[in-house]
Every structure is written in C-alpha cells, then in structure tokens.
Design a protein around this ligand. Structure first.
Ligand code: 5AD
Ligand code: SF4
Length: 510
C-alpha cells in the first residue's frame, strides 16, 4: 500500500447511528504501543513547502464563526494559532462565545488524567449548545484525539461530537470541515504515522508582541511516564533556514520576542544530517533583529557545551532556562528513563551557572512515582534546595495508558502523594517569593503586553527572567515595547512597579 492509499484507508467517516465502533480502529489508530513506536525510523518525513488551501474550500467559512478552546502546553497554543489561520483563510470569523459559533473545537491535552477530565467535562457542557443550535459542529483535536481509548469513549458516550482529528492532521482541517458539512456524518481522521513538516501553514497569532516558533515536532526520549512520544510522534526538525526566515519576518513585523518551541528542543537537528544543533540555531537566531529570544523545553541529557557557550553571549538570548529535573533520586530517575543522574544534573547546573552566573533556572517535578519512598522524595526536596530553583511546575504522577510506568505496580497511597506535593509546593512557594523579593528596588526590563488582567490603568509584562510585572504607566504607549520598570513590591507570584522609560532597540546591521 502506498502512503496515499494508507492515508485514505486510515480515514473513516462514521455514520452517527453506528453502534459497534471497534472495527474502525484497527487501521485508524495505533493505540500507544511502546514496541511499535520505538521501531519508527529516520526516514519518511516529507518536507512540504507548497501547502495551499484548495479553491473549492475558499467559501466554507462564509457567514460562519469558529471558536477554539485550548488546553495544555505552548505547542497546543501554537497549533491553535495555525488552526485559527486556516479558519480565517477559509473565510470564517473568530468568536469567543460558544453560543455564537458554527464550529467549536477543543484542542486537547493528554499529559495527565485531570487534563483529560476537564475536556470530558467541557464536551458534556457543550450538549446544551448543540441542543440550542443543532447545526453547530463540535470537534475534538489535539493530543487526546491520538488516544484510542479516548476516541472510543467519545464515540460511545458523547454523541454531540461531530469531528475528531489528530495532531498530524491539522493541515487537513479544510477537508475535514468540508466532509463534515457534505456528509453530515461523524468525521474521524487520526493518522498514527508521524506527520510531515509543513512549512507555509497560515497562522493567526495571539497578540502582536510575542510569538511561538516551532523548531521541531515530536519526541524520541520515551520517558517511561510520558504519553507525548505517542501523541506527537517521532522527532522531526524544521530546517534552519525556514526557522530563521520565520523569525526575521516576525522581527520585521514588529514582534519583540520569540520562543523557539519543541517537546525536547535539545534534540534539535539530530534527524537532519546537517551537523547543526540547537546551539548553532540559537547562535543564528541571536544574529537576527529579534529583540528577545527564548526556547522551551529542554532535556538535561543533550544540553551541550556549544549551547551553553552561545547562551552565555547574552544579547537577545534571555537569561532563563527551564530545565525539567523530574526527581532528585537516582533510582527514580532511572526508572523514569531520564538517562541522567542527580550528580550529572547538578554538574550541568554548575556548568551553566559558571558560564551564566545570573541565569534564572526553573524546573518540572513529578512526585509519587510508582513505589517512590519517602527517602527518595526527600532527595527531590534536597535537590531543589541545592539548586535553589526560582520556580517549579509540580505534578503528582498520573498513569497514562500504554506507557511503561502505567504497568508498574504502585504502593504509594494517594494520601502520601498529595502530602508530598503539598510539602514540595510549600518549598517552591518559599523560593519563588524569595527570588521575587530580591528584585525590590531594582530596575528591570519588561516587555509590556498590555493592560493587566485586573486593571486597565495598570500594565503587565514579563522580565528577561520571566517574572510577571504589573506596573503603573502614564499611558498606552508602553504596549508592545520593552520598558524599564522600577520594582516597588514583590507579591507571591509577581512584581509591582513603576514605569521608568522605554528602551530603544537597536537594529542589527544587515
Ligand atoms: N504524570 C505527571 N506529570 C507528567 N508530566 C509528563 N507526564 C506526566 C505524567 N504522566 C510532567 C513532566 C513534564 C511536564 C510537561 O509534565 O514534569 O516535564
Ligand atoms: Fe515526555 Fe519530555 Fe520525556 Fe519527551 S523528554 S518523553 S516530552 S517528558
């Protein structure tokens, strides 16, 4: 079967009255399966730069509105911007009211069970929207759509869902919508093959100040708890020149900050056979006109000396590194499949801090891994103190069907897990507050995004080290600019301050 036929075969339209769904999944879905997933090769990624919206779809959105709700990580937020771009190119208008919408999409996250439960709750809530407006199309996309069990559950229990498509099918949105209107059947399109790299998809970005830029897709690390390598497929890097062109174009259009995105950016370039890594890419991006450059998320395993050397040159490369550690105990790190030890992590932190004494380090931590002992948890607490992270995102381990960790027996009670999270969070809050207090009286550089969420006369933005600052300013002219702000007070999670002056950004000579 060639690729075209395989794709056709993996696309199914299903009549709403169908009751036995199982037959459809053999070729539509590959349920998360470690053995098969690990077999994926280095070939078969197509680079497509001539993506076009077909003329026959151009009027699909005439007098129609779309609404997208996004769950989860930055990758999903950026996928939403691409889908908004496609909807707009099809003639749809955006709305932020589900009652007004002709198409509602839930762009979902599968990373933990509670993320999934929120989505199921929301699908349930949308029943009344469908009752009021039976013509509305309700769709589920994103990471949950890549999971067989989730799709089965939706088909069985949530009749109000009309469309399901996966993370590799976003560019097929025009075809999927067209089919949903034409056939009046449920449209399910989930490719288990990792997607191609498609270059010129339209995008409607949220705000005109900061932009996400994908540098790679997928993840090959297979940490034993993580569903991402299954829902997002194998690692595929974009070509350096395509990334640089996007960054230069954003700079020319006045964007002040880009965040280079990938599930595991430190693997950037490994699949390209170009002898070009993230350090090389950061060096090239640092030479563009973009005032601020960030990247996320890093895996400590491939954090190279080249990258550290480049980051240490500063300039438009922001002094903040998010470096998920997950645990401070070697035995737990080993069963997590993280492939570094506590000592190696600390050595990396030491190297980074030697090159960049003023760097802000933040992390992710999972507590309550299967069979984690109190002593092992204490190693995580002591590592946190030893590094003195400025902030952390902390989670209770959540079993994900199909991952190796989900098959492990677990003797840690829910109460112990909650208790560990609570103790860790108390420490995290203490360090966060302590870090923020050190800024009191200092002048910081803030990229102003607009009025603060609570008050129109107060403006908000982030410092180079990613601290949220709310500040007073004489007027709107600060919006979209990098400004100096004097910090007057540290709150628990943010800083208060007063506007000092706008910083003029010097253009890099071509
Ligand atoms: N359970 C709990 N936390 C998880 N993460 C990823 N998978 C799981 C899981 N199954 C956390 C990790 C990761 C962050 C994005 O989410 O800490 O770095
Ligand atoms: Fe998941 Fe990140 Fe590990 Fe990849 S590196 S498997 S995305 S935790």
């Amino acid at each position: 079967m060639n690729e075209e036929q395989r794709r056709d075969a993996s696309k199914v339209s299903q009549k709403k009255e169908e009751k036995d769904y199982s037959q459809y999944f053999q070729h539509v879905y590959q349920p998360p399966n470690l053995r098969d997933a690990r077999k994926r090769g280095k070939t078969e990624v197509d680079y497509i730069s001539d993506f076009k919206i077909e003329e026959r779809f151009r009027n699909l959105g005439k007098e129609r509105k779309f609404y997208i709700r996004t769950y989860g990580c930055q990758m999903n937020m950026h996928d939403t911007e691409v889908m908004a771009g496609i909807f707009t190119a099809l003639g749809y208008e955006a709305t932020d009211n589900t009652e007004d919408a002709d198409v509602i999409l839930l762009n979902t996250c599968a990373i933990r069970e509670n993320a999934e439960n929120k989505v199921f709750g929301e699908i349930g809530n949308l029943k009344h929207v469908k009752q009021n407006n039976p013509e509305v199309l309700i769709g589920v996309c994103g990471c949950m759509a890549q999971e067989e069990a989730v799709v089965n559950k939706i088909l069985k229990s949530y009749q109000n869902v009309d469309i399901i498509f996966g993370t590799h099918n976003i560019h097929r949105l025009p075809n999927i919508l067209d089919e949903a209107y034409m056939s009046k059947e449920k449209v399910i399109e989930v490719w288990s093959k990792e997607g191609d790299v498609i270059e010129n998809l339209p995008k409607v970005r949220e705000g005109g100040t900061k932009a996400w830029v994908n540098i790679m897709y997928g993840c090959d690390k297979f940490c034993t708890y993580c569903i991402v390598p299954f829902t997002r497929g194998k690692e595929r890097s974009r070509l350096p020149e395509d990334i640089l062109e996007e960054v230069r174009d954003l700079a020319a259009r006045g964007y002040q900050e880009v965040t280079l995105l990938g599930q595991n950016v430190n693997s950037y370039g490994k699949d390209l056979d170009l002898d070009y890594d993230l350090g090389d890419l950061m060096r090239a991006v640092s030479e563009t006109d973009m005032p601020r450059v960030r990247f996320t998320t890093s895996h400590p395993w491939d954090f190279t000396d080249n990258l550290i050397e480049v980051l240490a040159t500063g300039g438009n490369l922001m002094p903040h590194i998010h470096l998920p550690v997950q645990s401070g105990n070697n035995a737990v790190l080993k069963i997590m499949g993280r492939k570094y030890t506590r000592e190696e992590y600390l050595e990396l932190v030491h190297k980074i801090r030697t090159a960049m004494p003023d760097v802000a380090l933040t992390t992710d931590i999972i507590v309550g891994y299967p069979n984690e002992t109190e002593e092992q948890f204490q190693d995580t607490m002591s590592l946190y103190q030893e590094v003195g992270f400025e902030h952390a995102y902390t989670y209770i381990y959540s079993p994900r069907e199909g991952t190796p960790a989900a098959r492990m027996e677990d003797n840690v009670s829910d109460q112990d897990k909650k208790d560990r999270l609570h103790r860790l969070n108390r420490m995290v809050t203490h360090y966060t507050r302590d870090t923020l207090q050190k800024f009191e009286g200092e002048v910081v550089e803030v990229l102003c995004e607009g009025p603060s969420k609570k008050r129109d006369d107060i403006y908000a933005g982030y410092t180079d080290k990613m601290k949220l600052v709310n500040f007073t300013s004489p007027g709107d002219e600060v919006i979209g600019k990098i400004v100096k702000v004097k910090v007057t007070e540290a709150m628990n999670y943010s800083l208060m301050g007063e506007f000092v002056e706008v910083i003029e950004h010097e253009k890099v000579e071509a």
